[in-house]
Design a protein around this ligand. Structure first.
Ligand code: CP
Ligand code: NVA
Length: 312
């Protein structure tokens, strides 16, 4: 019987949980794992491993990509929601973590406050992945960066324009900019700015703030946005609709970006609110590649967290 060397438990709770060098490895692995998938090449490195997926908020892409991805790697999944588990009946998150992590090999959580996923992780025997919190969405930014590299090459030194809410996506873009060496042009309505402390930034060297969203897009290599109202903030919907009216990525904004600029959106999108139909359905938009790449990068991430630096 051969015994595998155990890989130390590493969590992926925010973008800064991996180093730039580890991202280089994971992104290379994502390209190789995508190649295998497209060629119908069997690759089952996670046979007999189980992923628990805990959803306290709705999801399409995150659920499908983690669930399909784990099966494609030879493993299996358990799907839990607040409504159908004891999580919704006030079992302490620490107790849930102790139990779930004794029965599975990896946990993905989508929840509200970042503190909740951190408490879970600190009582978990197995790696925990952030599938979106109010503060961060690291798996999405990993997919976005992979998509940028596929279309345009290295992101280092490039400019990403963020038009919209200072939310989980904005915070994570800013963490990525610091870690990987690019700049974010940030334009948010007044009252919806990024909070540097919540975003966990070490400084302001990698972002510039613009009052005018069109100016934020000037010269950008990538223009990106997100819904005006994130999950958990629905009570603010009407106020946000008024405040965000000028923060709609339209053709005028894309015209002042670089001629080969890409448009991204994590989806789901609201055409006519944060983005015009012409832009999201237009030639610069790579949103479908971006969504598909969630599958490939998360397979590479799960491989890294469970097996370490696999070389093939
Ligand atoms: N982008 C994203 O995370 O999509 P879902 O909410 O559908 O998972
Ligand atoms: N900012 C959005 C992203 C959805 C994938 C939200 O948190 O609802």
């Amino acid at each position: 019987m051969s015994v595998q060397t155990p890989v130390p438990v590493r969590h992926y709770l925010q973008f800064t949980d991996l180093s730039a060098d580890e991202y280089a490895h994971v992104l290379t692995r994502a390209a190789e794992i995508k190649r295998k998938f497209k060629a119908y090449e069997k690759y089952h490195p996670l046979a007999d491993r189980t992923l628990a997926m805990i959803f306290e908020k709705a999801s399409t892409r995150t659920r499908v990509s983690f669930e399909a991805g784990m099966y494609q790697l030879g493993g299996s999944v358990v799907h839990l929601t607040t409504g159908d588990s004891q999580l919704g009946r006030s079992e302490p998150i620490e107790d849930s973590a102790r139990v779930i992590s004794r029965m599975t090999d990896l946990v993905m959580i989508r929840t509200f406050g970042q503190d909740k996923i951190e408490r879970f992780a600190s009582h978990s025997r197995v790696p925990v992945i952030n599938g979106l919190t109010n503060e961060f969405h690291p798996c999405q930014i990993l997919a976005d960066i992979f998509t940028y590299i596929e279309h345009r090459g290295a992101i280092q030194g490039k400019t990403v324009a963020w038009v919209g809410d200072g939310n989980n996506m904005a915070n994570t873009w800013l963490q990525a900019a610091e870690l990987l060496g690019f700049t974010v042009h940030l334009s948010t309505p007044s009252g919806y700015e990024v909070d540097q402390a919540i975003a966990g930034l070490s400084g302001n060297a990698n972002y510039k703030i613009f009052k005018d969203p069109q100016e934020a897009c000037r010269g950008a290599d990538l223009v990106t946005t997100d819904v005006w109202t994130s999950m958990g903030f629905e009570a603010e919907n009407e106020a946000r609709k008024k405040a965000f009216a000028d923060w709609c990525v339209n053709e005028a904004m894309m015209q002042v970006a670089k001629p080969d600029a890409l448009f991204m959106h994590c989806l789901p999108a609201h055409r006519g609110e944060e983005v015009s139909a012409e832009v999201i359905d237009g030639p610069q938009s790579v949103v479908w590649d971006e969504a598909e790449n969630r599958l490939h990068v998360q397979k590479a991430l799960m491989e890294f967290l469970l097996l370490g630096r696999v070389q093939s």
